[in-house]
Design a binder for this molecule. Structure first.
Ligand code: ZN
Length: 305
């Protein structure tokens, strides 16, 4: 290789290396002495950032698009977490990996679902356990915000008033998004008021919107979509003449496509629940996620998709 080309190549490698280091989500940044808050997944990071403002650094352990229930933390995650000042997790057994994870780092953590009224999972091996997807009700997220304001005020008492003010402003936005969701879904006719998804992640949203919920499997896990589970979903869609079915962004929709083929229902689209999209995608924030799902559900069930 000629010397110039070699130089250019090594400069390119350097640029790539720097680029990766620069956008690696969680880095110990010598320039940034704000307390580091680490959340377990992207949805919580966005909610927390709305309370934290510029007063704290908020990062997510799992990246947009990641499967969050069965995530396996890397040694790098553990190193990063040991440098955090606060770890934020959802609780309600959402993050199966979390107890082991926090046992390996000596950092305080706050469970944001504390105080939320859980809905129990109705079926399968998880029957009777609380459904972990409490954030799919914006009213529950108002409780998350109260918990974050308290935890952040303990962490950085000098900013307590700012956390409280941002929390109250965000809670007002949550109320608006919740009211819009309920109003939008109230327009669906009685024969289209069933929400059929891959994971049973929509119990809280379905309750808020007055929809009947049906799913193929209760919680994402390695083994999902048994033939019996698919058969039950097919039977439900048949019996209730459900016009459209949905699946979520973080899992394969293969099983739901079988339901579509067997029933003639439309595939109504991709819903977001366990992860935001990347910044340029359809749901870069939690409020976008709720709005996007409401639009997709209404579009699918009213035949407009
Ligand atoms: Zn989930």
């Amino acid at each position: 290789m000629p010397k110039n080309a070699r130089l250019a190549a090594s400069a390119a490698v350097l640029a790539i290396t720097v680029g990766i280091a620069g956008c690696g989500a969680v880095q110990a940044d010598a320039q940034d002495d704000r307390p580091l808050v680490l959340t377990t997944f992207s949805v919580l990071a966005d909610i927390a950032a709305n309370v934290a403002g510029d007063d704290l650094r908020v990062e997510s352990i799992t990246k947009p698009g990641a499967e969050i229930h069965g995530y396996e933390p890397t040694p790098g995650d553990i190193r990063t977490a040991s440098q955090a000042d606060l770890i934020v997790d959802n609780g309600l057994s959402l993050e199966a990996w979390f107890a082991q994870f926090v046992s390996e780092v000596d950092v305080p953590h706050v469970v944001v679902s504390e105080g939320v009224e859980p809905i129990d999972i109705a079926s399968d091996a998880y029957a009777g356990k609380p459904n972990p997807h409490a954030w799919m009700s914006p009213q529950n997220v108002q409780v998350y915000v109260d918990n974050l304001v308290d935890a952040f005020s303990d962490l950085a008492p000098e900013h307590a008033d700012d956390f409280a003010a941002r929390g109250a402003a965000y809670q007002a936005e949550l109320q608006q998004v919740r009211d819009d969701l309920v109003a939008e879904l109230a327009a669906l006719p009685d024969n289209a008021r069933a929400l059929v998804t891959c994971e049973g992640a929509f119990s809280y949203l379905a309750r808020d919107a007055g929809l009947t919920e049906q799913y193929i499997w209760p919680v994402n896990a390695e083994q999902q979509a048994t033939p019996q589970q698919i058969a039950q979903a097919i039977e439900f869609v048949h019996d209730n003449d459900v016009p459209a079915v949905f699946c979520e962004s973080t899992v394969s929709d293969r099983a739901m496509q079988q339901v579509v083929e067997a029933t003639g229902a439309a595939f109504g689209g991709i819903l977001y629940v366990d992860s935001l999209s990347e910044a340029g995608g359809p749901v870069p924030t939690y409020l976008d996620l709720i709005r996007h799902d409401a639009d997709t559900i209404v579009g699918g069930l009213s035949g407009a998709s």
